[in-house]
Design a protein around this ligand. Sequence first.
Ligand SMILES: NC(=O)c1ccc[n+]([C@@H]2O[C@H](COP(=O)([O-])OP(=O)(O)OC[C@H]3O[C@@H](n4cnc5c(N)ncnc54)[C@H](OP(=O)(O)O)[C@@H]3O)[C@@H](O)[C@H]2O)c1
Length: 225
Amino acid sequence: MPNLIITGGTRGIGRAVVELFLKEGWNVCTCARKEEALKGLKEELKNPKNLYVKVCDVGDKNSAKAFVEFCKEKLGNFDLLINNASILGERESIENYPEDVWEEVIRINLNGVFYITKYAIPYMKEGGVIINMSSGAGKRSAPYWGAYAVSKFGVEGFSLLLSEELKGKKIKVYALNPGATRTQMRAKAYPREDPLTVKPPEKVAEFILLLLKKLPQVVSVDWEG
Ligand SMILES: NC(=O)c1ccc[n+]([C@@H]2O[C@H](COP(=O)([O-])OP(=O)(O)OC[C@H]3O[C@@H](n4cnc5c(N)ncnc54)[C@H](OP(=O)(O)O)[C@@H]3O)[C@@H](O)[C@H]2O)c1
């Protein structure tokens, strides 16, 4: 059975991926900051044997390292790494953007992707895949998206250089913009939007499965669903 390590698997897109890949027979290892949510995930899915969870803050390098080592211990080497965890921060102008929120968003959304990836690379199988969740705000000018947009531009750049660096190991790297998706993060970004007008996270999970069956030639994948 193939092995998946995915950050932020307790809700939204991460959770939909966890559920679908478990159903497809994968071994899955995931994390989040809230222990209760991880316990809830396991209970709601009826404690599958092939699901492993650990509390982790991806933006903390010691926590990120401990999570990757835990996944290696439980799964062995990884077929797929999905850097999914991120936070929105504030919708605010640069002039008024709070410094502490800026630092927290960059710490989680960008440093977190670096730490998890750096520690996971030695355990990636040849022919493995790394998917970094990006955003339209990381590809086109997105005024008032502040640190979130800048972190996702960083994720796009990170994915481009990493894809070159890992060619020798035959590991493919993608930055995936999942497009508007019905999650807590989306509701926070667009409080007046009717959630039913955007696609559910299960669609993104299905798309990721399709992407693995036919790996694209480009690194940056833009999917509006
Ligand atoms: N939803 C959309 O429309 C949309 C559009 C474009 C891109 N995306 C991207 O898609 C990905 C998933 O988004 P989503 O909408 O599903 O978000 P979400 O509903 O807010 O879920 C985020 C997940 O990440 C975890 N997380 C947050 N910070 C973490 C940290 N420091 N360490 C470990 N886990 C952490 C959360 O759990 P805890 O809070 O317990 O840590 C939760 O499980 C993100 O990268 C997002 O930027 C989403």
